[in-house]
Design a binder for this molecule. Structure first.
Ligand code: PMP
Length: 431
């Protein structure tokens, strides 16, 4: 049977997640260490507390636990979120909140609610591929905007918006991850956040702010105040704020939420009705209890310290094993290190060598709107134990040493062309 003939145009054009594909490689090869997916460390999940909560939730006392729930979400959880948001500087009321099945669904709902086919969706370069696939699958026209070390480049943003509007395209929104961006790990400065908000207001552009990592700052290099969301200073309802319990509680509970103006939440709720009727009732009960019993709050500083340690393990191992062949902007929080290899190294080709040595990562090309080969890679330090992170760096170094660029010059100082840029974002990928 010719299955293709039965597909919609949209389905034929759909993009698969590049990260998922790299993850599949990791699963298919024996004894491979994966620095590919942004998974939390399972040893950091609150196993004991969750086991106790499971017993009480499944006691049968509350029959609604296994029942359909409201599309908007489990009411006690919605009512609890303003307090959690308040810690982040955001003042919100329950009518500004909708629970989603992971932030991934939130991104997909935003795509459905804000993008018409052919509309422009602006993303950072590089950007989270899961967001890009949602926007592409809604037939958005994705356009990348440059970043520098402080965050999205406002001058480039302005140029791009004027160009897109000049070409007759509607700009649906700009999508940003200001806290420990996936994949670059960058923390947008407070100054740049203020500029972005002011710019969006002047140009009347909606902002989608995705913040799954804000609570996971590393206090050797960042302060909590530096993670203040754009939404905290949004006086107009211009920011649609997404956050998730995936990185702080566990992603197996598919519980996240959107905070936005009530008029937008109402539309997102209608879109969600046709997507899943409601987010898993039982998952929401778990997350609510984890929050209510103070389990989440009491564990956050331990999570921050654990991920900070792993970041340091990876940084030290990369310095030791790869020396001048790799540089990166220091991750100040989150799960990712954005590695930049010597100019001649193509990380798509390097990945093949790396798999042979038993390590996988996501090549930088996955995070750009226009696919092109480049010398960047996202290395996730979140999931593997420290000893495996060190072993991964040894394997990666072995793969890098096989690169013609490096092999041909062994024993010599890397020439100017091979010397990596000082920060991974200084050198632009080819357009
Ligand atoms: N946004 C970003 C920036 C992410 O890194 C992720 C997970 N990798 C998500 C959204 C989706 O997270 P979840 O669906 O588990 O909430």
């Amino acid at each position: 049977m010719d299955f293709e003939r039965h597909l919609s145009h949209a389905a034929r054009a759909m993009h698969a997640s590049a990260i998922r594909k790299a993850g599949d490689v990791g699963l298919a090869v024996r004894d491979v260490i994966s620095l590919a997916p942004g998974y939390p460390d399972p040893s950091l999940f609150a196993w004991d507390e969750i086991r106790d909560i499971a017993r009480s939730i499944l006691s049968g006392a509350d029959p609604t636990v296994l029942q359909y729930g409201a599309t908007r979400g489990y009411k006690p959880l919605i009512d609890a979120l303003p307090e959690l948001l308040n810690h982040r500087g955001i003042t919100a009321t329950p009518d500004e909140i909708i629970i989603t099945t992971g932030s991934q669904q939130a991104l997909d709902l935003c795509a459905r609610v804000f993008i018409d086919a052919g509309d422009t969706a602006l993303v950072e370069l590089p950007a989270y591929t899961g967001a890009m696939t949602s926007f592409w699958n809604a037939q958005g026209h994705l356009v990348g905007v440059q970043q520098d070390a402080a965050g999205i480049d406002i001058a480039d943003l302005d140029r791009v918006v004027l160009r897109e509007r000049g070409a007759g395209r509607r700009v649906a929104f700009v999508y940003v991850v200001p806290n420990f961006q996936n994949p670059s790990g960058l923390l947008m400065t407070l100054g740049r956040r203020a500029e972005l908000l002011a710019w969006a207001s002047a140009r009347d552009v909606l902002i989608i702010e995705d913040d799954p990592y804000g609570a996971l700052y590393f206090d050797d290099v960042a302060k909590e105040g530096e993670t203040r969301p754009l939404k905290a200073d949004d006086r107009e309802g211009r920011v649609v704020y997404l956050s998730s319990f995936s990185k702080t509680v566990a992603p197996g509970f598919r519980v996240a939420w959107i905070t936005a103006a009530p008029a937008l939440v109402a539309r997102l709720e209608i879109a969600k009705q046709s997507a899943d009727l409601c987010t898993s009732s039982i998952d929401q009960r778990f997350v609510y209890e984890i929050w209510r019993q103070g389990v989440l709050e009491s564990r956050l500083s331990g999570l921050r310290a654990a991920y900070q340690r792993k970041r340091t393990v990876l940084e030290e191992a990369l310095r030791r094993e790869l020396g001048r062949h790799v540089t990166w902007p220091e991750p100040k929080g989150g799960f990712f290190l954005w590695a930049s290899f010597g100019g001649g190294i193509d990380t798509d080709a390097l990945l093949t060598r790396a798999i042979a040595h038993g390590v996988v990562f996501v090549p930088g090309s996955a995070f750009y709107v226009e696919p092109h080969h480049l010398n960047r890679a996202r290395l996730s330090f979140s999931a593997p134990p420290p000893a495996q992170i060190e072993a991964a760096a040894v394997r990666l170094a072995a793969a890098v040493r096989e690169e013609p660029e490096v092999r041909g010059r062994s024993g010599q100082e890397p020439p100017a062309g091979l010397a990596a840029p000082r920060t991974a974002l200084e050198s632009r990928p080819p357009e």
